[in-house]
Design a protein around this ligand. Structure first.
Ligand code: HEC
Length: 110
């Protein structure tokens, strides 16, 4: 009986964290499509194309820390927040996470 309870609670914890993670990815997809896709789908101004692993090869390996920061504050030809300063930090973060997941499907998901 006790063991069953533990299994049920454990399963719920896993389910909750998956639900939160997929919510972030869903928010990320929306924010990406609204703010980032214009350049990162076509490669405008030399933007790395999201689905091209090749384009991302020489970018920083410190994905979350460095690349998300670059997405927020700009980096070379990449305008801060994709050129939309009113975009919230949360939207830029989840958009960048979404993008990096697509760019590196082989990386472990958070
Ligand atoms: C106006 C076009 C444009 C938009 C919109 C845009 N980007 Fe970019 N982005 C670029 C370009 C160009 C680069 C390449 C910068 C370079 O290396 O010169 C880039 C590079 C990046 C990089 C790699 C930075 C690095 O350190 O190598 C990330 C991450 C990124 N963009 C995320 C985003 C996110 C997230 C959004 C949406 C919030 C976004 N971009 C919107 C043009 C854009």
């Amino acid at each position: 009986m006790k063991r069953q309870l533990v299994v049920v609670i454990g399963a719920q914890l896993v389910f909750c964290s998956l639900a939160v993670a997929s919510e972030r990815m869903e928010d990320g997809r929306k924010a990406y499509e609204a703010n980032c896709a214009t350049c990162h789908t076509s490669g405008t101004n030399g933007a790395p194309v999201t689905t091209s692993t090749e384009d991302w090869k020489n970018r920083s390996e410190l994905w979350d820390a460095v690349l998300v920061e670059h997405a927020k504050s700009g980096y070379l030809a990449m305008p801060a927040k994709g050129g939309e300063p009113d975009t919230s930090n949360y939207d830029v973060e989840v958009a960048a996470e979404y993008m990096l997941n697509l760019a590196h499907p082989d990386f472990p998901q958070d």
